[in-house]
Design a protein around this ligand. Sequence first.
Ligand code: PAF
Length: 280
Amino acid sequence: MKIISNPFELKEYLHANKSIGFQENQSIGFVPTMGALHEGHISLIKKAKEQNELVVVSIFLNPTQFLKGEDLDKYPKKEVADTKLCQLSGVDVLFFPNVNDIYTQDEVSVLAPKVRGFVLEGESRPGHFNGVLTVVMKLLNIVNPTRAYFGKKDAQQLNLISLMVKQFFMSVEIVAVDTVREKDGLALSSRNAFLTKEEREEALKIATSLRNATAMVMRGVLDSKEITSNMREILAPLHIFYVEILNRNFNQLSHVEIGNTIILVEVRVGTTRLLDNIWL
Ligand code: PAF
């Protein structure tokens, strides 16, 4: 596995790889991450390996997607373990830039759409998605992949990145990958590391609420209000940022449409924000 931190070196390396020995049209699968890798990231890497000849993973804790007062410094950092995991997962190139490799002063940036970027997580974290879209634009331009892989757990992020790629006429294919869960249903997230034992128990309410919502739909209950109020009862007394039933384009649905619905939850457990969703 080749480890590169300089964006220009990476561009050159990938270009050279395309022209030396490999076919000119060799496909590149790209998995952008902020590190603290877990099975969820590994499943993105596996998918990328299945579908591409070369796999690039980036590890970059992007400061611009953290708002003032959010604890960027506390975000788990596991450089050695992450590098080992990438190696064991068969990653070809690990892109590990420093902040100064990615950002300078007085930067051009991408703005999230005024509505879809400022609802749900964007409402309580205004500007968060500007940072996400800006760094993803930079990373996609550096790697120039055939396909890029994102988890369905961050459904709003996935939706906004797909919109950006479409609206900026970019040629990368965005691949959505299913959420990986612990045996008891908790969705894997780097933030789970912040939970105490008791908080982890509390966090299980998220998966329970989503399981219950699915069971209601299976019984023929399609009314969004009825489903979300049942979910709120299960989630109480956790602090709820939102419980929403949306279609795949992120528009509100009064009734579940099977095959076109995402039920999304974000709560705070202790001091940790956790989000999850189910695609029906
Ligand atoms: O989902 C993440 O880990 C990050 O938001 C991403 C897409 C790597 C951008 O920093």
